[in-house]
Ligand binder design. Structure first.
Ligand SMILES: [Fe+2]
Length: 210
């Protein structure tokens, strides 16, 4: 549940003026990120009724989760085009650069008076449930673990990974929905929050098409 009072005025201004502006900036910078963010938002939309039913979020939180989903990768507007649009496997330095997007996005949106939950979703959507910071898919930026990772970040993390897997990128083929779901299940308790994975799988089975 929201830890602070609602910022309804800020949210209205955000939806009416700031989000469209940020979307235009994202679109101009990189269509792939914008399309990805709107698909993540669609997956979140499917999850919302189940999240409410399980009392993980309340109805009032829905707009906050939407905003978090659409803005989660906003920091990518600061990543160099050669890295963002690269069709090759990135080197260590380039990975470091691209991984800074979550913290950079947080710093940008932190200038607006928004609920902390939205800011923390942007900052922590690449943390891992097991807190692992090494290997092919490390958690970042802070190496948070388990429930120390803010709730919206844990939700977005699953929708984000799912969309990344089913999307084709210049450096990789797309996976089928069934395979992506299998990988998410295999990473339950590792990369992802197990309780949220259960809800995700249940939702996806109900909505065969996205
Ligand atoms: Fe991201």
């Amino acid at each position: 549940m929201l830890a602070q009072e609602h910022h309804e005025d800020e949210l209205i201004i955000l939806n009416a003026y700031i989000i469209p502006m940020l979307i235009e900036i994202m679109e101009n910078k990189d269509q792939v990120t914008l399309l990805h963010s709107s698909r993540v938002q669609k997956v979140i939309n499917l999850l919302i009724p189940e999240l409410i039913k399980a009392k993980i979020i309340s109805q009032e939180e829905v707009p906050y989760l939407w905003v978090s989903a659409i803005l989660h990768d906003i920091g990518k507007i600061f990543v160099d085009d050669e890295i963002l649009l690269s069709d090759k496997r990135l080197n260590t330095e380039e990975f470091k650069n691209i991984r800074y997007h979550s913290e950079r996005g947080f710093r940008l949106i932190n200038q607006l008076d928004l609920p902390r939950e939205i800011l923390l979703a942007i900052k922590h959507h690449h943390e891992r449930w097991d807190g692992k910071q090494k290997g092919k898919f490390p958690g970042y930026p802070d190496g948070l673990k388990g429930e120390a990772i803010p709730l919206y970040a844990r939700i977005i993390c699953i929708a984000d990974a799912f969309d990344a897997m089913i999307s084709e990128r210049p450096y990789k083929d797309s996976l089928s929905i069934t395979n992506a779901m299998r990988i998410i299940k295999e990473n339950s308790g590792k990369q992802f929050d197990p309780g949220l994975v259960r809800i995700f799988i249940k939702t996806m089975k109900k909505n065969k098409k996205i």
